[in-house]
Write a new protein. Structure first.
Lengths: 177, 596
């Protein structure tokens, strides 16, 4: 008997997993996914959705969630059994993958702080997409942790508003979803 | 001029005609429903044909439970037709019940015209939103062109994979519009390529399972409703595998009848009110073979102490049932019938021989548990024991073409303990949701499917009163359902928990101002019979069976009787309590207050 056939040992440690879900682009499909999470008490850390194939009417949901191994496995199976869901991929389990997020960050201030914010934005390769005499809106793209780090640095420099798009994800390598 | 909408192929049809044609092509013989404004065009189309029969219920909840009874006693899809708004919301309990117990249903709900959706129109409800979490899938049909495809797809989804209820919401303008009909055969694959239940087991896993099963020292089969849903192959292959191996088997509440109760290898039902031998065998086994069962909390008790020493094999068609509550060593996603077939084939091919010495020792242990005779009770004095009434009911109906349904509570558990089922689809009970009021309309649906059979709803007086209006339906359609009411003037199971866990304070569990059930029956034009003493029970049962038409049997039973054995909620199998007849004292305490 090969051990690969058997489920692994129980584990209560909380893990963060990123799912990519290919769904039928039809009314109510997002409500089904969200209803599943709220109804069963699962967490949603981030969720993005957009059409990715107009001809086949497919949308892709990228979803970041947390839970024990057993919960994560449940989430995958519960998603998979929804009728309009084509594919569910747990990218975290399946290996190397990319995660990117776009954010708009508004910073208001003047003098030294204003200069400092611009200098840090440069290091992070964030772009200025709007500016007044006393404010900037930065656009930045990167791994969620990079966005977190940038926001932390902006906090003392007059940060007043954040808008984040949520995680988009994809596996590395030659395989498609 | 009247035209039969089911016979018009060439001309343009209205949505209502398309719907009725689709039902007929899906093999639907009967629809349980209740009309209203939004579904009037559909009722008009039903009126002008005679392939699909309609049973007019007295409350929409009754329609859904009747369809459940019909579905579970035949294996076919049950069909419900109701109007918008309250018609649809009244179905929610039944739909949830069907979802929990994996019953294939298609529920057609009327809806206000598409241009009025969202305007708080008269009898408008967000049916799709409301029923999303209590259906396997649901549809809002926005164009008549989608109608036949959606209806065929709904039937396919309801009956395939893990069966369940599907709602199709039908705006009035869609069923009035003209469109084209597509037959089911035009739909080779449903549009949702995304819906593909996994039927075949993985070969390597079957081999691993056989290895575990054949080498077990203290094996146990634990099988559930999945065996019955899967069909005759599963039932037959399960018998074969249990016979070949000589291993013991226990059934869940939903699985009763999946294996013959009279077989020596059958340990009875397991779980909270299961037998002592079944639950201790679960606790002590070294290999557990779970097939079509879902490790419900009423089965497992305290999870941390659930069958700690066993390796578990779990076969289920629903991947989300595996590793949901209990971690198993080997999960096999497949149809039960095909998996059992593969197991039997492997068992034979490998000429498996169980360890005879170990198996003998295991059966010896089980015999000592059986010797406790855990369901023993004493019928003495003037008061009818509910167990006695059920035992007599079983004896007097044995060998007949009989179907049983139940309501929910003490009577349900006693029925599960004292009625014995030799074959599947004879026992219909609300297991997952625990819906009081299920049994009487469900019995009605069973009777519609089996007009010549004896159909008995084992009820409590409290549950019976939740859907007793259906007696009127039974009178109208001459459905001779028998309600066997174990009347203890209490919500018995609530009272039992209050006695055990809430200091004997019977808060609101007493049924006051009960009707005279005999007169109640008579007021509907049905027959009523009553037994108040043990010696009257047999006669009451005989009269109930022999009287044509619906009968209410009011059996006045011991008010203080409790269901034993019992694993208190959240306790472990080895903490099982036997009854006072076994010398164990009843406890009246606040300490045991339990969470589940």
């Amino acid at each position: 008997m090969t051990s690969a056939l058997y489920s692994s040992a129980p584990d209560t440690a909380v893990e963060r997993h990123t799912f990519s879900v290919l769904v039928e682009n039809e009314p109510g499909v997002l409500a089904r996914v969200i209803g599943l999470f709220s109804g069963r008490g699962y967490n949603i850390e981030s969720l993005t959705v957009a059409e990715v194939d107009r001809v086949r009417r497919l949308s892709r949901i990228n979803l970041v969630t947390t839970g024990s191994r057993m919960i994560i496995e449940q989430i995958k199976n519960q998603l998979d059994r929804l009728v309009p869901i084509h594919k569910v991929r747990d990218l975290t389990v399946e290996g190397a993958h990319l995660e990117r997020e776009i954010a708009l960050i508004k910073v208001v201030g003047s003098g030294e702080k204003r200069v400092e914010s611009l200098r840090i934005a440069d290091i992070f390769r964030a772009h200025v997409v709007d500016s007044t005499n006393t404010s900037f809106v930065f656009e930045m793209t990167g791994r969620p942790e990079k966005v977190d780090a940038f926001i932390r640095l902006m906090e003392p420099l007059g940060l007043i508003e954040i808008s984040r798009a949520g995680v988009v994800a994809m596996s590395r390598g030659t395989d498609g979803i | 001029m009247t035209t039969d909408p089911t016979k018009t192929e060439s001309r343009a049809m209205t949505g209502a005609e398309i719907l009725v044609q689709a039902l007929a092509d899906q093999g639907v013989e009967v629809v349980f429903g209740y009309p209203g404004g939004a579904v009037l065009p559909i009722y008009d189309a039903l009126f002008r044909q005679n392939r699909v029969r309609h049973i007019l219920v007295r409350h929409e909840q009754g329609a859904v439970h009747a369809a459940e009874g019909y579905a579970r006693s035949t294996g076919k899809v049950g069909v419900v037709l109701v109007t918008s708004g309250p018609g649809a919301t009244n179905c929610v309990t039944g739909l949830t019940d069907a979802l929990m117990d994996s019953v294939p249903l298609v529920c057609l709900t009327g809806q206000v015209p598409t241009h009025m959706i969202g305007n708080d129109a008269f009898q408008e409800a967000d049916t799709i939103g409301i029923t999303r979490p209590c259906t396997k899938h649901n549809y809002l049909v926005k164009q008549v062109g989608d109608l036949s495809r959606v209806v065929h797809e709904a039937f396919y989804i309801a009956r395939s994979g893990r069966p369940g209820p599907v709602v199709v919401d039908l705006p009035k303008n869609v069923v009035m519009a003209e469109g084209e009909y597509t037959t089911p055969s035009d739909l080779d694959a449903p549009r949702h390529g995304s819906y593909r239940p996994q039927m075949e087991p993985e070969r390597a896993k079957i081999e691993a399972a056989i290895e575990l099963i054949a080498n077990a020292k203290r094996p146990l089969f634990y099988t559930g409703g999945g065996i019955i849903n899967s069909g005759p192959q599963a039932v037959q292959k399960l018998r074969e595998l249990v016979q070949l191996s000589g291993y013991p088997i226990t059934n869940t509440l939903m699985g009763l009848g999946g294996f013959p109760a009279s077989d020596k290898q059958f340990l009875g039902m397991l779980g909270m009110h299961g037998t002592y031998e079944a639950n201790l065998a679960m606790a002590e086994c070294d290999v557990m073979i779970a097939v079509g069962a879902r490790f419900d909390d009423r089965v497992t008790g305290r999870l941390a102490d659930f069958s700690k020493g066993s390796k578990k094999i779990h076969i289920d068609i629903d991947p989300s049932s595996i590793n949901k509550n209990v971690r198993v060593e080997l999960g096999i996603v497949a149809d039960c019938g095909r998996a059992l077939d593969a197991l039997v084939e492997q068992w034979k091919a490998r000429r498996c021989k169980p360890d005879a010495t170990a198996l003998k020792a295991w059966w010896d242990t089980i015999s000592t548990w059986r010797a406790k005779d855990c369901l023993r009770y004493r019928q003495s004095g003037e008061v009818i024991k509910p167990q006695y009434a059920l035992q007599r009911l079983y004896e007097l109906t044995k060998g007949k073409d009989v179907y049983f349904t139940t309501e929910v509570g003490q009577h349900q558990m006693w029925a599960a303990q004292f009625l014995k089922f030799e074959e599947p689809k004879r026992w219909m009970t609300s297991g997952g949701l625990g819906t009081m009021g299920y049994g009487f309309p469900a019995a009605m649906g069973v009777q519609v499917a089996h007009p010549e059979a004896l159909v008995i709803d084992v009820a409590g007086e409290a549950s019976f009163m939740m859907n007793m209006q259906e007696l009127s339906t039974m009178m109208q359609y001459r459905l001779p359902v028998k309600a066997f009411i174990l009347n203890n003037r209490y919500m018995g199971m609530v009272r039992q928990w209050q006695e055990f866990f809430h200091g004997g304070r019977y808060s609101e569990s007493y049924m006051d101002s009960l009707p005279d059930f005999v007169k109640l029956a008579e007021s509907f034009g049905a027959h009523g019979v009553r037994a108040t003493k043990p010696e009257e029970v047999d006669q009451a049962i005989r009269t109930m069976i022999e009287t044509p038409g619906p009968v209410l049997a009011d059996i006045l039973v011991d008010q203080a009787e409790n269901v034993y054995p019992m694993i208190p909620g959240g306790a472990a199998h080895y903490e099982m309590k036997l009854g006072p007849d076994h010398g164990e004292l009843k406890e009246t305490t606040d300490k045991g207050m339990v969470l589940v």
